[in-house]
Design a binder for this molecule. Structure first.
Ligand SMILES: NC(=O)c1ccc[n+]([C@@H]2O[C@H](COP(=O)([O-])OP(=O)(O)OC[C@H]3O[C@@H](n4cnc5c(N)ncnc54)[C@H](OP(=O)(O)O)[C@@H]3O)[C@@H](O)[C@H]2O)c1
Length: 296
C-alpha cells in the first residue's frame, strides 16, 4: 500500500502527530492533519464529520488523552477519548474501507513479568489511563475492519511535554535530581515511531490479513534513571552551572496518583517477523533527537 493515499492524521499538534506529518509528506499522498479544534475525540459528531469530509483511505490516530496522572481524577473523559472514540473511528473507517492505524501503550500491562511483554500476554492495567487505552484496543477490534494497533512506550520528541524536555529544564534549575530506577522500559522517539509506521504501511500486502496488535518501541532497555544519566552524558554542560547529580530512587519514593508498571519492556519480535521493520536503539534515537533539537 504505497503512494497516492488520502491520509487523515488526528492529533496534529501532539508529539507523534507532528512526526507523522513529516513522515508522510513529500510523496504522492494527500495529507490532512487535524487538531482537537477540528476533530475532538470527546465529541463523536466531530469525528464522524471529519471522516465524512476527508473521506480518507488511511487514518493515523495520534490523538489521545495522555495525562496519565490526571486521568485518575478524570476517568470518564479519558475513557471517552481513549476508549470510546477509537471504536467510533474504527466503525467509520470500516464504512469507507479505510485502514485505521492507532497507538496504544505498555500501560495495558501490570509490569509483573520479568521478560519483555508479547502481544498475547494477559493485560491488566494498573491505572485509569491504561484502562482507557485498553478499552480503545477492544472497541477497535469489536468494530472490525482493517486496523493496525501499535503499542509503544515512553514516547518523547523535541516538542511537547516529555521526560527529555523535563530533564533538560530541571537540570538547569537544580543541583540534584532523584529519578526512579526500578521501572524499566524503552524510551521511544516519536520520529522513530512515525518512520516505522510509514515503513509498515508502505510494505503492506493488500491480499493478506495483517490486522491486529503489534508492539513498536525503540530497541534496548533502561530505567528512567538510566535515561536521565544518558541525557546528561550527551548534552554539553550549560554555561551557568554543572548538570545535577542524578540519584537513583525506588518508585515507592516517588509516589504519583497513577500507579505505573515496573516492567514496561515490549518485545518487537512480531513487528519484525511480520513486516521486517525494526526501530533504532533508544540510545541512537536519543542522539538523533538531540541533534534535531540543536538544529531546529
Ligand atoms: N507519551 C507517551 O509516553 C506514550 C507512551 C505510550 C503510548 N503513547 C500513545 O502514543 C500516542 C501518541 O502520544 P503522544 O506522545 O504523541 O501524545 P501527546 O504529545 O500528548 O499528543 C496527544 C495529542 O492528542 C490531542 N488530544 C487530546 N485530547 C484530545 C481530544 N479530546 N480530541 C482531539 N485531540 C486530543 C492533544 O491535543 P492538545 O494538545 O490540544 O491537548 C495532543 O495534540 C497516543 O495514543 C498515546 O496514548 C504515548
Amino acid at each position: 500500500m504505497t503512494d497516492g493515499r488520502r491520509v487523515l492524521i488526528l492529533g496534529a499538534q501532539g508529539q507523534l502527530g507532528i512526526e507523522l506529518q513529516k513522515a508522510f509528506q513529500g510523496g504522492a499522498d494527500e495529507v490532512v492533519a487535524l487538531g482537537r479544534q477540528s476533530c475532538d475525540l470527546a465529541a463523536p459528531e466531530t469525528i464522524r464529520k471529519a471522516m465524512a469530509e476527508v473521506n480518507p483511505t488511511l487514518v493515523l490516530n495520534a490523538a489521545a488523552y495522555t495525562a496519565v496522572d490526571r486521568a485518575e481524577s478524570e476517568p470518564e473523559l479519558a475513557m471517552r477519548v481513549n476508549g470510546e472514540a477509537p471504536g467510533i473511528l474504527a466503525e467509520e473507517a470500516r464504512r469507507i474501507n479505510a485502514l485505521l492505524v492507532h497507538y496504544s501503550t505498555d500501560y495495558v500491562f501490570d509490569g509483573s513479568k520479568n521478560e519483555p511483554w508479547v502481544e498475547e500476554d494477559a493485560v491488566n492495567p494498573l491505572n485509569e489511563y491504561g484502562r482507557s487505552k485498553l478499552a480503545g484496543e477492544q472497541n477497535i477490534a469489536q468494530a472490525g475492519g482493517r486496523c493496525l494497533i501499535f503499542r509503544t512506550s515512553w514516547v518523547y520528541s523535541p516538542h511537547g511535554t516529555n521526560f527529555l524536555r523535563t530533564m533538560l529544564r530541571l537540570g538547569r534549575e537544580r543541583d540534584q535530581l532523584r529519578i526512579v530506577n526500578d521501572q524499566i522500559g524503552a524510551p521511544t522517539t516519536a520520529a522513530a515511531l512515525a518512520r516505522a509506521t510509514r515503513a509498515v504501511i508502505d510494505g503492506l500486502d493488500t491480499n493478506e490479513n495483517w490486522s491486529g496488535i503489534y508492539h513498536m518501541t525503540c530497541a534496548g532497555e533502561t530505567s528512567w534513571y538510566g535515561f536521565a544519566q544518558e541525557i546528561f552524558r550527551r548534552v554539553p554542560v550549560p554555561k551557568q552551572k554543572n548538570w545535577p547529580d542524578v540519584v537513583g530512587i525506588l518508585d515507592t519514593e516517588y509516589p504519583t496518583p497513577a500507579k505505573r508498571p515496573k516492567n514496561s519492556m515490549l518485545s518487537n519480535a512480531k513487528l519484525y517477523a511480520r513486516f521486517g521493520v525494526a526501530l533504532p536503539s533508544w540510545q541512537d534515537a536519543l542522539g538523533e533527537t538531540l541533534q534535531t533539537m540543536r538544529t531546529e
